[in-house]
Design a binder for this molecule. Structure first.
Ligand SMILES: C[S@@+](CC[C@H](N)C(=O)[O-])C[C@H]1O[C@@H](n2cnc3c(N)ncnc32)[C@H](O)[C@@H]1O
Length: 282
């Protein structure tokens, strides 16, 4: 599950008055800014609501389907022994699922804790690996190009989306593969905000909004839409704890949150895979 952007990162840019106005990139940023938690609610949080817990984002907690479209698209473009750059790698579920044929992995992430997990699992898989700690695209100049650049479940954290996407393309020798949920991942638990705080949450941005940004950049990716079972989102204690923190609720509310999650409709998670070849990025 993606982190809502911090309020400073998600402030709407000048010129974007609301989600329906401005360029596609401005609309993207304006919609992300709508996820800002009201100050009076955030003030009641006992722990930071944001963040990516290792127990949820370690690679072993995120099993990859063998024939999932993003994995198949990356493998198709990878030479034997090829290199993968995983931007926002977390624990490395995406990159590690590509070994073999990949043999060289670079993980970029703003979480040092998750990068350490990525490094340990990449070494255990026998891959050559490199870690770059920091925020993309700010760290991009220090990152070498790779055959395939992947970026899974990160873009909804990125308010300034155009330079982020452009830097992905600039680092791919062969292909860029992006995976995201069809709409902002926190939409899945919006009803809990209404239940616990009486607060309406936004219903975007969506993958179509990202496609509009890419179109403005002259990128027309291949798009494959699918639905996967909700991982362990409804029952796993680490997931429940993450949702409880996201909701700015204290630990003693965890059972209530678990019960509320169990009541949500179980219709899986709509996901979208996008990829484009390096020659098409311009
Ligand atoms: C939802 S997790 C997904 C992790 C992994 N890609 C996966 O699919 O399992 C998002 C990850 O992106 C990282 N992240 C978010 N924005 C980033 C940025 N601008 N630069 C680098 N890492 C970022 C977070 O620290 C987190 O590890």
């Amino acid at each position: 599950m993606s982190r809502p952007p911090t309020s400073s990162a998600a402030d709407a840019p000048e010129g974007a008055e609301g989600p329906g106005e401005g360029t596609a990139a401005e609309r993207w940023a304006a919609q992300l800014a709508g996820w800002k938690i009201p100050r009076e609610i955030e003030a009641q949080a006992t722990e930071p609501p944001w963040g990516f817990p290792a127990a949820v984002f370690k690679a072993s907690a995120r099993p990859q389907e063998p024939d999932s479209p993003p994995r198949a698209a990356a493998r198709e473009a990878l030479p034997t022994g090829g290199s993968v750059l995983d931007v926002g790698c977390g624990g490395g579920a995406g990159a590690l699922s590509l070994v073999p044929p990949a043999a060289e992995l670079t993980g970029v992430d703003s979480s040092a804790e998750l990068l350490a997990l990525f490094a340990a699992d990449a070494a255990a898989a026998g891959a050559t690996h490199r870690e770059v700690h920091g925020s993309w695209p700010q760290v991009a100049p220090a990152v070498p190009a790779a055959d395939v650049v992947i970026c899974h479940h990160v873009v909804y954290n990125v308010a300034d989306i155009e330079p982020f996407l452009l830097a992905l393309g600039e680092h791919a020798r062969r292909r860029v593969v992006v995976e995201l949920t069809a709409r902002h991942p926190l939409c899945a638990t919006s009803s809990l905000w209404q239940r616990f705080w009486g607060l309406d949450r936004p219903d975007g941005p969506t993958a179509d909004d990202l496609l509009a940004v890419l179109a403005d950049l002259g990128v027309e990716p291949t798009v494959v839409r699918g639905n996967r079972p909700a991982r362990r989102e409804r029952t796993d204690p680490a997931q429940v704890a993450m949702v409880r923190r996201q909701l700015c609720l204290a630990p003693e509310r965890e059972r209530e949150v678990a019960a509320a999650l169990a009541e949500l409709p179980d219709d899986g998670v709509d996901v979208v895979a996008l990829w484009w070849d390096a020659s098409r990025t311009g």
